[in-house]
Design a protein around this ligand. Sequence first.
Ligand code: ADP
Ligand code: ZN
Length: 243
Amino acid sequence: MSGAENMRAAAEPPQERLTIAAPRLNLSRPRMETPSMYHGARPGWIEVIAGVMFSGKSEELIRRVRRGIIARRRVQVFKSHLDARYAGLYSVSSHNGTEVDATPVDTAAEIFRQVRPDTEIVAVDEVQFLDPGIIEVVTALAGRGVRVILAGTDTDFRGEPFGAMGDLMTIAETVDKLQAICVICGDLACRNQRLVDGRPARYESPTIMVGGRESYEARCRHCHDVPRRDEDQAVLELRAAAR
Ligand code: ADP
Ligand code: ZN
């Protein structure tokens, strides 16, 4: 070794071998879902399925619930409703016709009261309609080991955050944001177009107006219309006539 090499060797510390301890896997519990499934080994977490109407949120919630039932988990399904009162059980149904039984609720506290101590999976559809108390409720459920699956429309007809959805997406372990197909241009749709008498609803229209295909369309950002004033309405009509 030359003198210069000797000096360099003395200045450099001996190379250490990096060893990373292998994680201690708990393989006794079966993995339950793919691909958006949270793979924590300890039970208790929150999954959010967000997106516009017609994007397949209910289909995905039903799929996860069915797989939970096949895995012999104790499952309870809830659905917020505002427009009608139901006695006892009713169902979460998707626009393609699949359904599972669900308990209707008006408030987050009702969910908390009705979850049985041995329930392993709690699923809630239309969660955007529930009060902000839902954040505390799902946090408490996940904390005591419940897998919580929430489906909801994340933006209202104006394209603005809907109810507690933003906060729920923040505290969840997994978030799947689904898109529908824009009925105007065929691109991916991320907005709910509300229609009143076939025309785009105005910005001042109430946030909650329950309806189906007759009142809502899935549209992309560029085809989404939310007129704010009468002048805007006139411009929109011209644009619609030109299409
Ligand atoms: P969400 O719960 O998000 O409203 P659903 O699960 O109830 O959605 O329905 C999804 C189904 O809706 C699709 O599988 C498809 O059959 C149907 N559908 C109707 N209109 C559209 C659209 N514009 N884009 C995509 N799917 C649509
Ligand atoms: Zn479009």
